[in-house]
Write a protein of this length. Structure first.
Length: 130
């Protein structure tokens, strides 16, 4: 069996090429806590006041609250951001919020939601039930 040895310079070239290809993408910046809290409050206030779920898409920066409850037309009666609930999660932030929603019978129901927020170029807020 014949074994071929690549010259040292070719191996080095392959390693450099692999490193350059693997390092081409940068990690997104960490979410800004002030922007995240402010955007979350703005989005929840818009929902509470009866605005459509896409009301803040034209803001600068755009704010996207991707909550299916709002998109399905559920009415938000009130909300409370839990104190000291801010958690860094990857490049984003998480906040726990207690929502008071109107059910189909017109009664208020409480729902605790963990919102994940990213603030890179647009502000994106996505819920995860606790």
């Amino acid at each position: 069996m014949m074994r071929t040895n690549f010259p040292h310079s070719i191996r080095l070239l392959w390693i450099l090429l692999a490193l350059m290809l693997g390092c081409g993408r940068s990690v997104p910046p960490e979410a800004d806590p002030e922007k995240a809290r402010s955007a979350l409050a703005s989005a929840l206030d818009a929902w509470k006041s009866g605005k459509p779920f896409d009301a803040l898409h034209g803001a600068s920066p755009p704010v996207y609250l991707n909550d299916p409850q709002w998109q399905q037309g559920r009415r938000l009666l009130d909300y409370q951001l839990e104190p000291d609930s801010e958690q860094r999660h990857g490049c984003g932030l998480r906040y726990t919020v207690v929502l008071s929603l109107e059910d189909r019978k017109g009664k208020a129901v409480q729902r605790k939601v963990l919102y994940q927020i990213h603030t890179e170029s647009a502000i994106v807020i996505t819920p995860a039930d606790l």
